[in-house]
Design a binder for this molecule. Structure first.
Ligand SMILES: Nc1ncnc2c1ncn2[C@@H]1O[C@H](COP(=O)(O)OP(=O)(O)OP(=O)(O)O)[C@@H](O)[C@H]1O
Length: 285
C-alpha cells in the first residue's frame, strides 16, 4: 500500500536523513515507528503524507506518488502531526464537519463515541481546548475518517494517563482489514501489545522492519539473575539481566510480546541485525 523506493531526502543544506531507503507497508497493520531524536521519523511521516518532496526516489500509495497530493490519495489518508494547529473560531462539531465533508467514509457515530470516551464536549471552541484535548480531538477525527492510511506522529505525547489507556483501548482491534496505521513514538510502553510491526530508523536507514509475531517465534525476551551465554543482547536489570536470546527450536515465545524497549536498544546497539533479521524480509514482502 505504501511503497518507499530508493528514497533519498535531506533538508536544504543539511546532511542526508535517508539515502536510497526501501520500505513496504502492507494493509491491515499497525506499525510502530521508532528512532532516536532526530532520526527522521516525523520527516518520513511527512514524506508519506506527501508534504515533502523526495530529493530522489519515490514514496507511493497504491501506485501514485504521495507528493502529487491527488484527491483520491488525500481522501484515503489522514496525517495527525505531533503539534496540532487548530482554527481559532470553530467549535468542535463545526471543525469535525470539515473532515466529514472530505472523507466519504467518515463514521459520525464512531466519532461521537470517541469524543465521549475522551470526554470532549462538542460545543466548545477548539481553540479553548487544552493541548492534550486538541490532540485527543485529532485522534478521534483520525480514527473516524475511515481512511486507508493513518499516520499518527507522537499521538500519545501530551495525553494524561487515563487518556493513554483510552487511546490503547479504542485503537486495539478497531482497524478495518484495509486500513494501515503508522504510529511514531518515543513512548514504547504506549504501543506495546498494540502494534503488529516495528520499524526502527537509525542513521538514515531502516535498521529493523519486523513483524512482532515473527520476532516472538524467533527470539525469547526474558530476564533473570544471569543472561545465558548465547544471548544476542543483554542489559542490566533489577533482577540481574534482561536479554534477548534466539529461540532454539523456532517455537512460540512463551514470555509474551517482545519488550519493545529492549528490542529498540538491541537494534540501536547493532546487536539484532544480519542473520537475525530474516524476519525483516518476510515483514516487508
Ligand atoms: N523543516 C526543517 N528544516 C530543516 N531541518 C529540519 C526540519 N525539520 C526537521 N529537521 C531536521 O531533520 C532531522 C530529523 O528531524 P525529525 O523531526 O524528522 O526527526 P524525529 O525522528 O521525528 O525526531 P524527534 O524524535 O526528536 O521528534 C533533525 O536533525 C531536524 O533538526
Amino acid at each position: 500500500m505504501i511503497s518507499v523506493k530508493k528514497l533519498s531526502f535531506s533538508y536544504p543544506k543539511k546532511p542526508w536523513l535517508c539515502e536510497e531507503m526501501d520500505l513496504e507497508l502492507s494493509e491491515g497493520k499497525i506499525i510502530g515507528l521508532l528512532g532516536l531524536n532526530g532520526a527522521g521519523k516525523s520527516t518520513l511521516m511527512r514524506l508519506m503524507a506527501g508534504l515533502l518532496k523526495p530529493v530522489s526516489g519515490e514514496v507511493s500509495f497504491e501506485g501514485g506518488a504521495t507528493f502529487d497530493r491527488s484527491i483520491p490519495f488525500l481522501n484515503q489518508m489522514i496525517f495527525v502531526p505531533e503539534k496540532v494547529s487548530v482554527p481559532e473560531f470553530l467549535k468542535v462539531k463545526e471543525y469535525s464537519s470539515v473532515y466529514q465533508d472530505f472523507y466519504s467514509g467518515f463514521d459520525l457515530d464512531r466519532f461521537e463515541k470517541l469524543l465521549s470516551e475522551f470526554q470532549i464536549i462538542g460545543n466548545q471552541r477548539v481553540s479553548n481546548l487544552s493541548y492534550g484535548q486538541q490532540k485527543k480531538l485529532q485522534i478521534a477525527i483520525g480514527l473516524s475518517t475511515g481512511a486507508k492510511l493513518l499516520l499518527f506522529d507522537e499521538p500519545t505525547n501530551g495525553l494524561d494517563i487515563p487518556s493513554k489507556s483510552t487511546f490503547r483501548r479504542v485503537l486495539s482491534g478497531s482497524l478495518q482489514e484495509d486500513q494501515t496505521m503508522v504510529i511514531s513514538t518515543h513512548q514504547v510502553k504506549d504501543i506495546e501489545n498494540l502494534v503488529d510491526q516495528i520499524i526502527v530508523l537509525d542513521e538514515g536507514k531502516v535498521k529493523l522492519h519486523a513483524d512482532l509475531e515473527e520476532l516472538e517465534n524467533q527470539f525469547v525476551f526474558s530476564q533473570g539473575p544471569q543472561a545465558p551465554d548465547q544471548a544476542v543482547f543483554v542489559e542490566s536489570h533489577l533482577l540481574g539481566a534482561q536479554y534477548i536470546v534466539k529461540q532454539p527450536y523456532g517455537e512460540r515465545n512463551s514470555g509474551g510480546s517482545p519488550d519493545l524497549e529492549l528490542l529498540f536498544n538491541a537494534v540501536i546497539a547493532g546487536k539484532l541485525a544480519g542473520e537475525f533479521l530474516s524476519t525483516q524480509n518476510q515483514a516487508t514482502s
